[in-house]
Ligand binder design. Structure first.
Ligand SMILES: Cc1cc2nc3c(=O)[nH]c(=O)nc-3n(C[C@H](O)[C@H](O)[C@H](O)COP(=O)(O)OP(=O)(O)OC[C@H]3O[C@@H](n4cnc5c(N)ncnc54)[C@H](O)[C@@H]3O)c2cc1C
Length: 389
């Protein structure tokens, strides 16, 4: 069928240099970056991220990307610095490692990164996108993508030599481009929420490694922290059914009252855990970014940080125009970084769930070595920030 090209709004062109499908953090950041570089960009996707207690810890490489977009200071204003990262072995198993704490000063940084509410980050990016010249927002879902044509809900199509799929884990763009994806699930759900608490978090993110997965409290401004609790789906269902006070007490108990009394400060969320690994990040006329290209559990705050590195590589590959070299460059830059993070997070998560003595021994030894060997600590800290690729 010959696609219909028509004006989206009176006077609006139907052809662009780049179309981005998905107005999440990754799609909006890429849109702003390309428009600033002089490209005519359409970002297709509905407004408004859901507030479900999810925050994102943005590490140094992501802050560089936000800096490039002129948004670093605004994001930092809304977030809290992560100066210390602590891991506590709370598996209760025979082989347990002593607590390990990392300080950003060890690798010459004031902070590893900033923790900000995920929906706030999207709002900041959306407001900037609305102010950006050469960027058109089309606030609806794309229905189909084929040969550079993106069909909108009303059957109207727009076209571009490059369509970027930033449409999340169930990516329609990825499927339409025929890019294979391996998907798997974990017997875990991530419970998210924001808490006000009695004691100061002292700019420290604390990750308790439990036999069901990590239980992590990450600083927010003031005496507030965000929770990411990876646990069995049955436990998650029980936690979600508790009233606010009982939920606060359950979290305080699990945190060993480290932050004193905890009071829920906003909505909660529950996300079933799974992973996606794609066969490629490019296809003819298409590039994938963010969760359209990689999904894994929130351990070590890697997901959106990887997504914003996709954005940085997209901008490097295509800011001066769309070419075969750009596609090759983007693929070369992304495939190994994505594969490394996906495997590392999967291995760490499975090592906690295994309950198998040799795996426990390896994990415990790893954590113990991390606690004591300076160069190894610094190497791992830089890897965690995504800066030592
Ligand atoms: C509990 C939890 C905690 C996390 N913590 C961290 C952390 O601390 N640090 C970190 O770096 N990462 C973290 N992550 C990962 C991070 O949240 C994701 O990597 C990030 O939100 C993905 O952003 P995205 O823009 O790729 O996808 P999404 O946020 O899913 O955005 C995709 C957008 O595309 C839209 N869309 C879908 N289909 C269409 C269509 N057909 N047309 C148009 N639009 C469409 C969707 O509506 C959505 O707006 C965490 C994840 C979880 C689950």
């Amino acid at each position: 069928m010959v696609p219909v090209f028509g004006p989206i709004h009176p006077g609006m062109s139907d052809s662009f240099d780049i179309i981005i499908v998905g107005a999440g953090a990754v799609g909006l950041a890429a849109g702003i970056g390309f428009a600033r570089a002089g490209q005519r960009v359409a970002v297709v996707g509905a407004d408004g991220a859901r507030r479900d207690g999810r925050t994102v810890a943005l590490m140094e490489t992501s802050l560089h990307v936000l800096d490039r977009l002129g948004l670093r200071a605004t994001v930092e204003e809304h977030g809290a610095p992560l100066i210390h990262l602590r891991i506590i072995d709370d598996t209760g198993r025979l082989l347990r490692a002593p607590p390990v704490t990392f300080d950003s000063a060890e690798i010459g940084l004031d902070a590893f990164g900033f923790n900000v509410e995920a929906a706030t980050l999207v709002d900041i990016l959306a407001a900037e996108a609305d102010r950006t010249a050469r960027l058109v927002r089309i606030r609806e879902n794309a229905a189909a993508v084929k040969d550079g044509c993106v069909t909108l809900g009303d059957g109207v199509s727009i076209r571009a030599p490059l369509v970027i799929g930033a449409d999340g884990r169930h990516s329609m763009v990825r499927k339409a481009a025929g890019v294979g994806a391996k998907e798997w699930t974990y017997d875990q759900t991530a419970v998210t929420a924001i808490f006000a608490h009695h004691r100061s978090h002292r700019d420290t993110s604390t990750e308790f490694h439990t036999v069901e997965g990590p239980f992590t409290l990450v600083p927010l401004p003031g005496k507030r922290s965000s929770l990411v609790w990876l646990c069995k789906p049955e436990r998650a269902a029980r936690l979600m059914a508790l009233d606010d006070d009982a939920f606060g007490r359950a979290v305080e108990d699990q945190a060993q009252s480290m932050l004193g009394a905890m009071r829920l400060d906003g909505p909660r969320g529950a996300v079933p855990m799974g992973g996606i690994s794609v066969a490629d990040v490019v296809a003819p006329g298409v590039a994938l970014a963010g969760e359209a290209a990689h999904v894994f559990p929130p351990i070590g705050a890697q997901g959106l940080n990887l997504g914003l590195r996709d954005v940085a590589d997209l901008l490097d590959a295509f800011s001066n125009g769309v070419s075969d070299t750009g596609f090759a460059r983007y693929r070369k830059g992304r495939m190994s970084d994505i594969a490394f993070r996906t495997h590392a997070v999967d291995a760490l998560n499975r090592s906690l769930l295994a309950g198998f003595m040799p795996v426990d021994a390896a994990r415990t030894m790893g954590l113990t070595l991390l606690g004591s060997i300076g160069p190894l600590r610094r190497f791992v800290m830089r890897q965690g920030l995504g800066s030592a690729r």
